[in-house]
Ligand binder design. Structure first.
Ligand SMILES: [Fe+2]
Length: 182
């Protein structure tokens, strides 16, 4: 989508056309939601059963299902009590679809931490600046807890955050990485 922005004097007829981008990618959050939805269907259809045969029971596990210059897609297996940390996704947009089991997302909304449960079939989208933590939802489950995640551009860096005693968000560090936290 292009947005025309007028600048200077209209009488002079000066104007500039600038792209209305939210990230350095042509993809948008609905594209990523659609991508994770289709990948979740592929997981449920058994396409990746070979990868899921020997999932570790006490370690978070992930593998890249697809990737190119503008998008990468990950399958993550979640285990109990393996919190990530509050993090962003650097300059990438992101989305997830829960394949099986349930996740709990804790998100900083600018003033407080908000929690929501994402059960099988639920989706979530992460615009730029989205700071959250994702864990396996508490409670007994039958079978693995799986989710599919997509990022565009592919992840290259993430920052980590902590909530201060003044109830503000403090960025504690930034790491170069191409592996998802969730
Ligand atoms: Fe995340």
């Amino acid at each position: 989508m292009l947005t025309t922005v007028s600048s200077g004097s209209a009488a002079l007829g000066t104007s500039a056309t600038v792209p209305a981008v939210s990230a350095p990618t042509r993809l948008r959050l609905p594209d990523l939601l659609n991508t994770t939805d289709r990948a979740a269907d592929a997981v449920l259809s058994g396409r990746y059963d070979r990868l899921l045969r020997d999932l570790p029971e006490d370690e978070r596990w992930y593998t890249r299902l697809d990737g190119n210059d503008e998008l990468d897609v990950w399958l993550i297996s979640w285990v109990p009590d393996r919190s990530t940390e509050l993090h962003d996704h650097g300059g990438s947009l992101g989305a997830l679809t829960v394949v099986s089991g349930a996740l709990t997302e804790t998100r900083w909304d600018g003033e407080a931490l908000r929690h929501r449960r994402l059960s099988a079939g639920s989706q979530a989208a992460f615009p730029l600046g989205w700071v959250h933590d994702v864990v396996r939802a508490p409670g007994p489950v039958i079978g693995p807890t799986l989710s599919v995640h997509a990022y565009s551009p592919p992840l290259t860096a993430m920052s980590y955050y902590e909530v201060t005693q003044q109830n503000t968000l403090r960025r504690s560090r930034t790491e170069l990485t191409d592996a998802p936290e969730g």
